[in-house]
Design a protein around this ligand. Structure first.
Ligand code: NAD
Length: 410
């Protein structure tokens, strides 16, 4: 699965040569990884493959989450690190791209075991991390508690406080309340801008959400509160549907109690592929990579796909969706709210100034709107002949290459 994700990222960068001037040297610099760090963590006699991979540092220190998932591999982490470089660049943040992961199933571990693995991760990689070097954050199956353990381990090793070395941490350790919802809020503001650009109604859209975790459940809640109808949601176990709209709060309560989505009376059970093919205005992909591929892209009946997850649409599916006039709002734009929230947290940790929530929400809103206006503006300027992803990649790559040139690397 991750092999095809990596080849999707490479194929898309390769395809840029036909839509923007890109010399061989520039392409070579873009594809170069700053450092690929692999370690085997040994925790209570069990071994775990762990990675921290830094792609570009042209615009600033590396930034990107840490994932705990059995499918974590070097190629997957490389793809995610490269996407982080593009996302941070597109969002105008002072960061390069990085990502990390440990290959195991956290659902099978006790909290004590999770803490040991989190601490072992920092002990293995502390030399390549730091507020001016590479700043991790939560990703799939990691959370604020894990960031708290990681910060504690880092500060123990270094012997001084450095809260800016990690974001998405508990509030008591310098975290930011907004960070938890920033991905969904940012995505919501982007959807608002998109609705205006497309001339759609601002209420009553039909929505399906794949992945009812951090990102997916909050966006479902926000869209429902704004008057849209969430007709289907899924997690890794099952999917539920109700044509008149699901009760999102009831489903979130089930998840909190660790009960299956289908165990309430909110909707009827369907399979994941039915959800992906449902007739909706918005299909929000908030689970993992490679969910829409050339195998099922032709069955998509949504008008717009929002990539809240990283890499949920494969490169082979892009063309099918484009030909079928399904608009895809790419990951590096749609989920940039998360890293923007992380940037606020980091800036606050660095300066010691506590920024007011209203100011931050407005800043998040204006950043996300600006990203949308730039990618949609380019899409229109190119007579809608290239997809939104290509436009987003062009803008992101231009900023990285400008920095590389200014550094004298090109
Ligand atoms: P999470 O672990 O909170 O949620 C993931 C959800 O996806 C879970 O509900 C899981 O059950 C579900 N899932 C897994 N496989 C599935 C499948 N095959 N079908 C349906 N559902 C499935 O993770 P998250 O933080 O919400 O991240 C989700 C995606 O969003 C990831 O790709 C992540 O990289 C991306 N993302 C998250 C953030 C953030 O701030 N949380 C920011 C940017 C990008």
């Amino acid at each position: 699965m991750s092999g095809s994700f990596y080849s999707s990222v490479l194929q898309r960068l390769e395809a840029l040569k036909s839509v923007m001037p890109l010399s061989d040297r520039e392409a070579e610099v873009l594809l170069k990884f700053q450092s690929i760090n692999r370690q085997t963590l040994d925790v209570d006699g069990q071994k775990y493959d762990a990675y921290r991979i830094q792609h570009s540092r042209a615009l600033g220190p590396g930034k990107g989450g840490i994932r705990f998932h059995p499918a974590v591999s070097e190629d997957e982490v490389k793809s995610l690190a490269l996407l982080m470089s593009l996302k941070n660049s597109l969002a105008g943040l002072p960061y390069g791209g990085a990502k990390g992961g440990v290959a195991f199933n956290p659902k099978e571990k006790t909290p004590v075991e999770l803490e040991k693995i989190s601490r072992a991760y920092v002990s293995a990689f502390h030399e390549v991390l730091g507020q001016d070097r590479d700043i991790p954050a939560p990703d799939v199956y990691t959370n604020d508690q894990i960031m708290g353990w990681m910060l504690d381990e880092y500060e123990k090793i270094k012997g001084y406080h450095e809260p800016g070395m990690i974001t998405g941490k508990p509030l008591s350790l310098g975290g930011l309340a907004l960070r938890q919802d920033a991905t969904a809020m940012g995505c919501f503001y982007m959807i608002e801008s998109m609705i205006k650009s497309l001339g759609w109604s601002s209420t009553g859209l039909k929505v399906a959400v794949q992945g009812f975790g951090n990102a997916g459940s909050y966006i479902a809640q926000m869209l429902q509160a704004a008057g849209h109808k969430i007709i289907a949601v899924s997690d890794s176990q099952e999917a539920v549907m109700h044509p008149d709209g699901l009760d999102i709060q009831a489903l979130m309560d089930l998840k909190k109690r660790r009960l299956p989505l289908g165990s309430g009376d909110s909707g009827s059970k369907i399979d994941n592929q039915t959800l992906l093919a449902s007739e909706v205005d918005l299909l929000i992909l908030a689970a993992l990579e490679d969910q829409i591929t050339d195998q099922n892209a032709g069955k998509v009946r949504a008008k717009v796909i929002i990539e809240m997850a990283n890499g949920p649409v494969s490169a082979s599916a892009d063309k099918i969706l484009f030909d079928n006039k399904v608009l895809v709002v790419p990951d590096i734009a749609a989920n940039a709210g998360g890293v923007t929230g992380s940037y606020f947290e980091w800036a606050q940790n660095r300066t010691g100034h506590i920024l007011d929530d209203e100011y931050l929400v407005n800043k998040l809103k204006s950043n996300m709107r600006s990203v949308w206006e730039r990618i949609y503006g380019l899409y229109e300027a190119k007579d809608k002949q290239v997809d939104l992803r290509t436009g987003a990649y062009i803008l992101a790559v231009q900023r990285i290459l400008e920095a590389e040139k200014a550094r004298g690397h090109i």
